[in-house]
Design a protein around this ligand. Structure first.
Ligand code: NAG
Ligand code: NAG
Ligand code: NAG
Ligand code: NAG
Ligand code: NAG
Ligand code: NAG
Ligand code: NAG
Ligand code: NAG
Length: 885
């Protein structure tokens, strides 16, 4: 009980942190059920950010090892070593083939995809197709390849490590942001990578949805029953996305007579430009700089700078730097030493020159805004504000273009665009983990693309006598369907059948760079056998209900296929055959999804009962019994297959082995650092005045010799020494140093310790004197008790006096006879007796003066408060020692 209570209080405190000052406590409450942290990763093209939700600490961004709030999404692999973030960026120019940038652009794509081609025109890494899946493998060196999922998994692992260092616990649960335009394959690749990293993905979340959620949390009090519409416009490094989201409050019945206010947040439409982003600006600028370089040294170069991956990698970094400076200045200098063929590069570049390079990009800024409005059938007049997110919107010419489009007054202020997505995602994680109770914000996010099911009817005799079947193509989830929806398809069938799931009705613009559109084929079997077996048992044509799901993460899957068979009576025979019987879904509302007569319209599929299939309404009131039999379901993923179990296991083993090497390497580095700093600090130690006093020349000489010997060894033959020999050396040195450190510490602390015990003795005696001297009140301490306390004091004093004399006789470089540990022990002895006396309560009297209610404190009653020192010295320690009594 007590624990729960304090914990709740902690959480309420946390809450204030989360909410800032402008919120009511009731608007959001996180109550932890069990202490398990959840993280969110906003994995971007250039940067990733990590958010942490953990009971007891405020929801916040995790700092990386450089104490920064964001980390470059870059990894370098050198031999056995993996390097992340800024260090990897810096190594990128030296090891361009072993450093991986901007993986987000090509995750979940086929190796021959146009995005991959574009990627290869920017980065020199060698890409080959995975022989099984056609996906991306990086040829790291002659002997090693890494799949893109593995490289992403390493970075997710690293993100988790950063969070674990902050949370001081291991973390499994994660929410990861993805662009809303990611399709099934791109989403699946992220899930596979997380899986390899040993993370449990609570959900993927579209990044603008996360930004919207963060907006909902920070603008909670401004919502009303009247919906507000906001456009979230996000120009990141890789792409630009816009979402139109509405927010309103809804009163809902809560327990008892209470209502609660729930926020409804609906994603209404999305728009995007998959290749418009900050990185495209960097690339333009880089090309310009490279051209200028070639021009400057025309005729003097062996080969063009464009042919040097190292120089081009450095130049891309420089272009990014120049771009950022030009956001705040009108002119700057690009400068790199020994850039290519030992030649330096220096060029003044102005903001207007940069702007001239991106005129066409600026024109595209409007695209996502228009799309989002068109898709929602709304105009800017309906929109309350436009929230700008991402690094791209900080480029002045981009920002002024957006202002020109939406009007300056509609640009929302005071929104932390950089971290909104990761904070929103972390909040979502808190809600999904069930470890926290989070204020209800009902989120409706949309599917982004229509998902279609294709199937054929059973063969039927047509008018001309030939056997024919019809082909049906039905949109099951349209692009505005909420994610987290289930739909049931109902087929009238007498034999096994199959159907395929794919992205349907995509317009040409989308198809152009979409990737594969086929998602899966599903085979339903077992039906033919059942029908054959019981053909003569009065079974009518069976219906088969197939449940499909569009998960919160936007992944389509087939859940199950169940045959429902109606017949007049239940013969015991069938009963025993079917085993299971009569579920309550016998009257599930059937929507004509059959391949009978008429082609099912798109509209019909919309009305298929969704999420809850226990709806009951007897539309067929005939006295029939219904049996439900699960059928076999074989789903084969096509398009881009998810990673297979074996592939994943191999990747997990491989990463684990690399992790172990990393840990060993880090442990060795630590051992080396410890030894280095020991040796480094030795001179200071040896020249310390007290150290000189408490050690002999011989001892110091020995330590010095051994230390400089180690120093030489460290930078000589010990360069590659094993962790064990590093540790042994340190241990040997420490064992020489240890006795000196001991004497030094004793020497320093002894006077104070002696003083402490002496005043303890004095104060205790004074305390006893006062009790004995009190003649006004009735004394309830016996002489025996008081004498016992005095005896301890006397004994301690005697011991101390003897020891002091003894100690004075010996040299300081000999181990002391009067140790602080012994003094401490003596002090505890006095304290123990003191507490017995001091906490003794007076006997209860029938007739008591009115001062009774503070009986707990009567231990101090005999103490005239004339001498505060006497109480502080001892009583202060009482609470700590209390339990032992
Ligand atoms: C290839 O790279 C891997 C991983 O960095 C490394 O372990 C291996 O030694 C390298 N092989 C060669 C031939 O360089
Ligand atoms: C609760 O909400 C209902 C509408 O859902 C409303 O009619 C009723 O007045 C509300 N009650 C309170 C106490 O606010
Ligand atoms: C699905 O069934 C049809 C016949 O209805 C057959 O022609 C086709 O090959 C099947 N497809 C798969 C993937 O099994
Ligand atoms: C779908 O419904 C709309 C109106 O609700 C109607 O105009 C349209 O013709 C229907 N489409 C089909 C294919 O039946
Ligand atoms: C479906 O609805 C019924 C009653 O309306 C409810 O008891 C059940 O929990 C719901 N199931 C799901 C999966 O939401
Ligand atoms: C379901 O049945 C209830 C009463 O039994 C009726 O009010 C309701 O309209 C029916 N719904 C449908 C969709 O048939
Ligand atoms: C303790 O008392 C003695 C005499 O009463 C005095 O000389 C000494 O300074 C006192 N020591 C401390 C630490 O108070
Ligand atoms: C003496 O003892 C009585 C009761 O025990 C107390 O009320 C009183 O304050 C004490 N006087 C002194 C001087 O300690």
């Amino acid at each position: 009980m007590f624990r729960t209570l304090t914990f709740t209080l902690t959480m309420i405190k946390t809450l204030f942190f989360i909410l800032g000052t402008g919120f009511l406590l009731t608007t959001l409450s996180i109550l932890s059920i069990s202490e398990a942290a959840v993280i969110a990763v906003d994995y971007g093209t250039n940067w990733f950010k990590v958010g942490l939700v953990k009971p007891g600490i405020p929801l916040d961004i995790v700092l990386n090892s450089d104490s920064k709030r964001k980390t470059p999404s870059v990894i370098t692999i050198r031999g056995e070593e993996r390097i992340y973030g800024t260090d990897a960026v810096n190594l990128g120019a030296r090891f361009p083939f072993n450093t991986y940038f901007s993986l987000k652009q090509i995750i979940g794509r086929l190796a021959d995809d146009k995005y991959v081609q574009a990627y290869q025109s920017i980065f020199p890494n060698k890409i080959i197709p995975d022989p099984l899946r056609g996906t991306i493998l990086f040829q790291h060196n002659e002997t090693t390849t890494f799949s893109i999922e593995e490289l992403l998994a390493m970075q997710l692992s690293y993100a988790r490590e950063l969070a674990e260092a902050t949370a001081h616990e291991s973390i499994k649960d994660v929410v990861i942001t993805v662009p809303p335009y990611y399709n099934q394959f791109e989403r699946q690749a992220i899930l596979d990578a997380a899986n390899i990293a040993g993370l449990h993905v609570l959900s993927l979340i579209n990044d603008e949805t996360a930004v919207g959620l963060n907006y909902a949390i920070t603008h909670f009090s401004s919502f009303t029953e009247e919906p507000q519409y906001h456009i979230f416009y996000d120009m990141g490094a890789g792409s630009t996305k816009a979402s139109l989201i509405s927010f309103k409050t809804v009163e809902m019945k809560d327990v008892g007579r209470f209502n609660k206010t729930v926020i409804n947040m609906d994603v209404i439409s999305i728009g995007y430009d998959k290749t418009l982003g900050g990185q495209e600006i960097d690339i333009r600028l880089r090309s310009y700089l490279a051209e200028q370089f070639d021009k400057t040294y025309e005729g003097k170069l062996k080969k063009s700078i464009f042919k040097s991956p190292r120089a081009m990698t450095r130049l891309l970094k420089e272009a990014n730097r120049v771009k950022q400076i030009l956001s705040a200045n009108t002119e700057t200098v690009a400068s790199l030493e020994s850039l290519h063929e030992e030649r330096d590069f220096r060029l003044t570049i102005t903001r207007s020159e940069l702007e001239a390079m991106i005129v066409d990009l600026v024109k595209r800024v409007n695209g996502p805004i228009q799309d989002v409005l068109n898709n929602a059938k709304m105009t800017l007049a309906n929109v309350n504000s436009c929230v700008l997110v991402g690094g791209g919107v900080r480029v002045p010419v981009i920002q002024s273009k957006i202002k020109e489009i939406v009007g300056e007054d509609k640009i929302a202020q005071n929104v932390n665009g950089d971290e909104a997505a990761v904070l929103g995602a972390a909040f979502r994680g808190a809600g999904l983990s069930r470890q926290f109770k989070v204020k209800e914000i009902k989120i409706k996010d949309i599917a982004s693309y229509p998902i279609k099911v294709d199937y054929e009817s059973e063969l039927k005799e047509s008018e001309d006598g030939s056997m024919k079947n019809k082909i049906f193509r039905t949109i099951l989830f349209d692009e505005y369907t909420s994610v987290g929806t289930r739909k049931i398809m109902s087929f009238k069938r007498t034999s096994d059948f199959n159907f395929s799931i794919n992205y349907g009705n995509l317009n040409e613009n989308i198809l152009d760079d979409f990737g594969p559109t086929d998602i899966a084929t599903a085979k339903v079997t077992g039906l033919s056998d059942i029908v054959k077996e019981h053909n003569d048992n009065g079974i009518e044509q069976p219906k088969v209900k197939v449940t499909l799901q569009l998960s919160d993460s936007g992944i389509v899957s087939v859940i199950d296929a169940i045959a429902t068979i109606e017949h007049q009576t239940i013969s015991d025979k069938i009963k025993t055959f079917f085993g299971v019987n009569n579920k309550s879904d016998e009257a599930l509302k059937e929507v004509p999804f059959s391949d009978e007569e008429s082609t099912p319209s798109d509209n019909a599929s919309q009305s298929i009962p969704g999420e809850n299939n226990t709806q009951t309404n007897d539309t067929e009131q005939i006295q029939k019994k219904t049996e439900s039999i699960p059928l076999n379901l074989e789903v084969e993923y096509v398009g881009i297959k998810p990673m297979g179990i074996n592939e994943k296991d191999a990747a997990i083993r491989r990463l684990r082995a690399m992790d172990e090497t990393d840990h060993r390497r880090r442990a060795r580095e630590e051992a080396r650092n410890n030894l280095e700093s020991f040796v480094y600090n030795m001179q200071d130690f040896l020249s310390d005045q007290i150290v000189i006093k408490v050690s002999t020349d011989k001892q110091r000489k020995e330590l010095e010799t051994k230390s400089s010997e180690t120093s030489e060894w460290l930078y000589g033959e010990g360069e590659d020494a094993s962790i064990e020999s590093l540790r042994t050396r340190l241990h040997d040195l420490r064992s020489l140093e240890k006795p000196i450190v001991y004497r030094r510490d004793e020497h320093t602390r002894r006077p104070e310790a002696v003083d402490t015990i002496q005043s303890a003795i004095n104060n205790t005696r004074e305390f006893v004197e006062k009790i004995k001297a009190n003649t006004t009140g009735e004394r309830y301490h016996t002489d025996e008790e008081l004498d016992k306390l005095l005896n301890v004091c006397n004994k301690a004093e005697k011991w101390l006096d003897e020891k002091i004399i003894e100690q004075d006789k010996i040299e300081p470089h000999v181990d002391p006879v009067l140790t602080t540990a012994d003094i401490e022990r003596m002090l505890r002895e006095i304290e123990r007796e003191f507490i017995i006396v001091a906490t003794k309560k007076p006997p209860k009297k029938k007739v008591t003066p009115p001062v009774t209610n503070d009986s707990e404190n009567t231990n101090n009653v005999n103490n005239t408060d004339s001498d505060p020192k006497s109480t502080t010295t001892h009583v202060e320690e009482t609470p700590a020692k209390h339990d032992e009594l």
